[in-house]
Design a protein around this ligand. Structure first.
Ligand SMILES: [Fe+2]
Length: 490
């Protein structure tokens, strides 16, 4: 499918995403705060496979698989810093956790953007928050692809995802970049959003966002496109995440709307809370069957997931903000080693949007602040009780400090506080072998230890996270803070 330059730029705009060192380490300047290692260039050559040190507990029997994560990992050339955190080149981290061991590997995704900029020694490509250099050719969505937001494994094949470009396929062991994945010949070059929704049977739903036009992929567990439908939203919202239930797709149109299609796109977004947060609910079995609902205007980055109850009401858990965060220039202070709490840090509030069968909708807010809400993959789209997220804050430095587990049925929350020196990232559910329910699972997540300058991985028992990790490993170095991951059992 050919895209016009306008729709190409619109696709780029609807995205958030979005000094070589000898050995391992970071290029932070003298006197830089210790947390800046989370926002400093990773080694250009990546991280060769290396065992992490067991620092407490032990990997539970039966825990076996690979945690893949993605995030921006290149922020500056000389004195020049990126114009937005979401535009940093993606580096995929691989942590193999089996036989009681943890082995880390990291590698930059070899995108056109990354290779061109590394060769030139400066930033060139336009992006979410970057204007780009006029000399840099943008012939297709993948020339600006930063491949820095998330990862997806389909039938054993690993992909690094951005918002507005192709899924970039990587070797699942070495992380070598294999190239842009074409899901179907006529869909070559179509955007593939960084928040695909994977049903418990492995069916993948995802969006191709190009301005107001949205394509909907339905992909089999083996990676074959089963359908691709297009719709027009009529407006171009910042569309980073969405939700599915067993029977429906839910596109959430937040009133943060793009008005022009020129980079840097974040500068063209207008906040119009009076227009409300609209929900477009589409029947999976008949894409032409659609209905709408609306709640008060809020901004959001991430949903946990959604489900439908016996009455037909749809429940969506989501981290809501009263107004957008990480707009123009988002993250530049942090990349330059400055932290201004009011500008550089915000958490959403874990909330539930409930759309009754008759279309009335309301927001129920919890008292849990945080981001990166996650659910057990075997219950995605189904009735469930648990949502995990990371949140909290520490004076004087950015990032979260605790992991929380919300039980929607009991209304109870449990937490583990990592303390001021650790910055936890997204934590994922891992089913125990033969596990029968949501509680019969582990949580696995990374944390950056800013006191020791080491990246860590921690495993919790979902039955009681407040007890702390049952196993913790530390690398002998740090890698930058990232966004999203996936866990591949095996
Ligand atoms: Fe995201």
């Amino acid at each position: 499918m050919q895209m016009s330059r306008r729709s190409l730029l619109a696709a780029l705009g609807a995205t958030a995403g979005a000094a070589a060192l000898a050995g391992h380490g970071f290029t932070t300047g003298p006197g830089a705060p210790n947390w800046q290692i989370g926002y400093a260039n990773a080694p250009a050559g990546g991280f060769a496979p290396r065992s992490m040190d067991l620092i407490s507990g032990r990997l539970p029997d039966g825990f076996s698989g690979t945690l893949y994560r993605n995030g921006p990992a290149w922020f500056s050339y000389g004195g020049e810093t990126l114009d937005h955190w979401f535009d940093g080149d993606g580096m995929v981290q691989r942590i193999a956790l089996r036989d009681g061991q943890a082995v880390h590997t990291g590698k930059f995704v070899a995108t056109n953007k990354h290779r061109s900029e590394q060769a030139a020694g400066r930033f060139l490509a336009p992006g979410f928050g970057s204007a780009g250099d006029e000399s840099y050719p943008v012939m297709g969505v993948d020339d600006a692809n930063a491949a820095n937001t998330s990862v997806l494994v389909v039938d054993g094949r690993l992909h690094a995802l951005w918002e507005a470009g192709s899924a970039m396929e990587l070797d699942p062991i070495t992380l070598e970049t294999l190239g842009a994945r074409s899901w179907r010949e006529d869909l070559k070059g179509m955007p593939f959003l960084a928040h695909p929704k994977v049903e418990p049977d492995g069916t993948v739903w995802n969006l191709a966002v190009a301005g107001s036009k949205v394509g909907i992929y339905r992909i089999s567990p083996k990676g074959a496109v089963q359908s691709f439908d297009m719709l027009d939203l009529g407006v171009t919202p910042y569309l980073h995440d969405w939700a599915i239930t067993e029977r429906h797709l839910i596109l959430m149109i937040q009133p943060w709307l793009m008005t022009k299609f020129i980079p840097p796109f974040v500068d063209t977004l207008q906040w119009r809370p009076e227009e409300g947060l609209k929900l477009l609910i589409i029947d999976k079995a008949d894409m032409s069957s659609r209905r709408s609902a609306e709640v008060e205007g809020h901004a959001f980055f991430h949903t946990g997931a959604a489900w439908e109850d016996a009455s037909g009401a749809i429940h969506i858990d989501v981290a809501l903000y009263d107004e957008p965060f990480l707009g123009s220039g988002g993250g530049t202070n942090l990349m330059q080693g400055r932290y201004i709490a009011a500008e550089d840090d915000a958490n959403g509030v874990l909330s539930r949007i409930i759309v009754e069968a008759d279309g009335r909708a309301r927001i129920q807010k919890t008292d849990i602040d945080g981001e990166f809400p996650v659910v057990h993959p075997a219950f995605h789209g189904l009735g469930r009780r648990l949502t995990a997220l990371v949140g909290g804050s520490s004076p004087g430095r950015p990032g979260a400090r605790k992991v929380s587990l919300m039980d929607w049925r009991s209304g109870k929350t449990s937490h583990f506080d990592y303390g001021a020196s650790r910055v936890p990232e997204e934590h994922l559910f891992v089913a125990k072998p033969g596990g029968r329910g949501e509680h019969d699972a582990w949580l696995v997540g990374t944390a950056l230890n800013i006191a020791s300058g080491r990246s860590e991985v921690h495993v919790f028992d979902v039955a009681d996270i407040s007890e702390g990790p049952v196993a913790s490993f530390a690398a002998r170095y740090a890698w930058p803070l990232g966004f999203h991951g996936t866990f591949a059992p095996g």
